[in-house]
Design a protein around this ligand. Structure first.
Ligand SMILES: Nc1ncnc2c1ncn2[C@@H]1O[C@H](COP(=O)(O)OP(=O)(O)OP(=O)(O)O)[C@@H](O)[C@H]1O
Ligand SMILES: [Mg+2]
Length: 232
């Protein structure tokens, strides 16, 4: 039983009289604990897929199962709860809160959810900051650290609530190649450490090779699925 299953998903955006078919009958199966990349040219539907798996948007038709729950028809409030409990996000432009310290940025999602184990929050935040390599920066503000460090903080923030899936839409687009490579490998290491499923999109052919499973979109169609675990 796959962990995430997209069944015949279509997404059509209506702009006045014009319909844009962003996804056309897409099927995907993502196993728990896998490291998955969504690739394809600009406009092919990568962000649309990620927003659907991330329960940020709803499909026009088709169904989405995440851990046996059908999520496509959940209302806004239920989707928000589901996101808080099950999903973490890493964004292209990091989206850290500028007035909060590195530590407080990672703490923030924990304050937003019902959190039974709050006694251990501090320990978890510090150990994540250490794991992603920014413990020494914990009292700095985002504008006092580098882009690569900001994205490390964003990875820690995405993982702090122990989500089952982390969604990352072009997490390395604003980073130089070496830093991008390091961030992808950091995500991979954190996936193993935290047993989280990672789904990220990228344009960068050099980092695509780091993914275990590669889904290729073209013009809203899923045109290929490559399982690279066969080669290792
Ligand atoms: N909110 C929206 N309203 C109307 N059209 C949209 C909307 N979001 C996306 N689209 C259109 O849907 C198609 C797929 O867009 P999407 O953002 O998923 O592509 P992408 O693969 O993420 O592209 P990029 O690499 O540029 O980020 C494009 O034609 C885009 O213009
Ligand atoms: Mg996009």
């Amino acid at each position: 039983m796959p962990f995430v299953k997209l069944n015949n998903i279509s997404k059509t955006y209506k702009m006045g009289d014009v319909s844009i078919h962003a996804l056309k009958n897409v099927n995907m199966e993502i196993e728990s604990g896998s490291f998955v990349s969504i690739v394809g040219p600009s406009g092919s539907g990568k962000s649309t897929v990620l927003n659907l798996i991330g329960c940020l948007d709803q499909p026009t038709s088709g169904s989405i199962q995440i851990e046996n729950q059908e999520v496509q028809d959940l209302n806004k409030k239920k989707r928000a709860d589901f996101r808080g409990q099950n999903l973490g996000f890493v964004f292209q432009n990091f989206n850290l809160i500028p007035v909060l310290s590195v530590y407080e940025n990672v703490e923030y999602p924990l304050l937003m959810i019902k959190n039974e184990d709050s006694n251990n929050n501090r320990e978890r935040i510090l150990s994540l900051l250490d794991a992603v390599g920014v413990l020494e920066q914990k009292d700095k503000r985002p504008n006092q650290i580098s882009g690569g460090q900001m994205q490390r903080v964003a990875v820690a923030r995405a993982l702090v609530t122990q989500p089952k899936i982390v969604i990352a839409d072009e997490p390395t687009a604003n980073l130089d190649h070496d830093t991008a490579f390091k961030i992808i490998n950091l995500m991979k290491r954190m996936k193993d450490q935290e047993q989280t499923t990672f789904v990220f999109s990228t344009h960068d052919p050099k980092i695509i090779g780091e993914a275990e499973i590669i889904y290729t979109l073209e013009d809203g169609n899923l045109i290929n699925r490559e399982d690279r675990r066969e080669y290792v």
